[in-house]
Design a protein around this ligand. Structure first.
Ligand SMILES: Cc1ncc(COP(=O)(O)O)c(C=O)c1O
Length: 431
């Protein structure tokens, strides 16, 4: 279906776009319909729009760990087809690579950004399979949740020797135990850890662990999966001696899904020539091609990159990491207080946990509570939460990242209360 707008309406739409109104598509839809009703036919001064239904259809708020909500202007940046060799696109890629280094607080003298087509897991796998030597390579995985365990699954799929050092879910990685392990065995070539273990929301002490890794492994590399935290939780690359870090476009930088990225210490990366076990996730080949031509080796995610460029601009306008973290913290404090009043209990009890990315809540101890029904009823009101991902504990998760604002959290709390009443769950609940 096409919607037809005449020039004055289109100009007004552009004005709304410039002022970045959040409900501009709603306006666009109304304006298009009224213009259609008035004119009934196309004339030479009319502008044709594809149906905007894909952007107007869903007003859902995603309180999830991903995919996350994105701004209208970020989605709009994709309304453009660019060829992979187009100068505008090559500049966009170069710009993104540099901006990510800036956000990480590192420079291109020592570090480089390598975007990887695919979701976050593709970058995790790209780092492991490209940087662990084929002979005598061995990985130490520090794990306290599902995403750490996934690194072990990746090693197993690749037939890479690994030791999984596990910690209780809901407890941070214990640096003393890491030290103890490295003291006994200093033959690991890569040590990996997750910054924010999104399965429960805990933040691991990546800087302290990094210092320990470098103390015991002179030539070993340190890899941090900062998928759900990069851009919103500080991460000191220098202090933590981080060699490789991964994150993805549709997390705290609020781009759309479609690619992830690695920030790598260039010198380390270049020592890994010939280690890669496959072609498409070969980080060095991807790096060499980007350096040589500014281009991806295979079809690039052009639209997602354009969206990301816009998302980074909006990140800067919000005040960079500090600004973004401030909004997420505000979201989280409203959520924490509101859920506490309703009687819900958090999984993490450590007062020093800055878990403003995602919060896990225990199921209420009420015979009428059923997560599926609870989820469905919230979803019907366009509020999307997420199941828990911890073993042996019945939890659900509420994310406070992406295009979520304090008023959205307040609305969620009101609706959670309504839904509990509808489900005959006594309030305040007990857990
Ligand atoms: C810490 C962490 N690592 C890895 C992943 C996997 O990313 P993806 O689902 O984009 O492959 C996620 C996803 O949320 C994550 O939070």
């Amino acid at each position: 279906m096409f919607q037809i707008l005449n020039k004055p309406v289109y100009s007004f739409y552009r004005l709304l776009k410039a002022t970045n109104l959040r409900n501009q598509h709603q306006f666009l839809k109304i304006a298009a319909v009224s213009t259609l009703q008035k004119n009934g036919c196309r004339s030479s001064n009319q502008v044709i729009f594809r149906s905007s239904s894909s952007t107007t259809k869903s007003a859902k708020k995603l309180f999830t760990p991903g995919p996350l909500g994105t701004s209208t202007s970020t989605k709009e940046a994709m309304l453009r087809d660019l060829g992979s060799r187009d100068v505008a696109f090559i500049n966009c890629v170069a710009n993104i690579r540099q901006k990510l280094l800036d956000i990480a607080g590192v420079t291109k003298e020592n570090y480089t950004t390598i975007p990887v087509q695919g979701s976050g897991t593709y970058s995790v796998e790209a780092v492991i399979q490209s940087t662990v030597p084929r002979d005598n390579g061995k990985v130490l995985i520090l794990e306290n949740g599902a995403y750490g365990k996934r690194m072990a699954t990746i090693c197993d799929a690749l037939n890479i020797p690994r030791l999984l050092l596990s910690f209780d879910e809901g407890q941070p990685v214990d640096v003393a135990k890491v030290e103890d392990t490295l003291r006994k065995d200093s033959t690991f070539t890569l040590v990996s850890i997750v910054h924010c273990e999104t399965s429960c929301g805990i933040i691991n002490p990546v800087v302290e662990v990094g210092k320990t890794v470098k103390k015991f492994l002179k030539d070993g590399s340190y890899f941090v999966d900062a998928m759900s935290s990069f851009g919103a939780v500080p991460l000191d690359f220098q202090a933590g001696s981080i060699d490789y870090m991964v994150s993805s476009a549709n997390k705290c930088l609020e781009g759309v899904p479609g690619f992830s990225y690695v920030i790598a210490r260039t010198e380390k990366l270049l020592q890994c020539e010939g280690f890669s076990r496959c072609l498409s996730l070969d980080l060095i080949d991807q790096y060499n091609n980007l350096e040589k031509s500014g281009q991806f080796r295979f079809t690039p995610p052009t639209h997602a990159m354009l969206a990301f460029q816009q998302a980074i601009e909006e990140f800067e306008q919000e005040g960079g990491l500090e600004g973004r973290a401030a909004r997420y913290m505000k979201n989280r404090s409203i959520l924490k207080e509101g859920m506490r009043k309703l009687g819900f209990q958090e999984l993490l009890t450590q007062p020093d946990q800055p878990s403003y990315i995602i919060t896990s809540f225990h199921y209420p101890n009420d015979p009428n509570f059923d997560f599926k029904t609870f989820y469905q009823k919230l979803n019907e009101r366009d509020l999307v939460i997420y199941p828990g991902k911890v073993i042996n504990k019945d939890c659900f998760r509420i994310g406070t990242i992406g295009q979520i604002f304090p008023e959205d959290v307040e609305k969620l709390l009101v609706v959670i209360k309504e839904v509990c009443k509808e489900m005959d769950i006594s309030l305040p609940i007990t857990t």
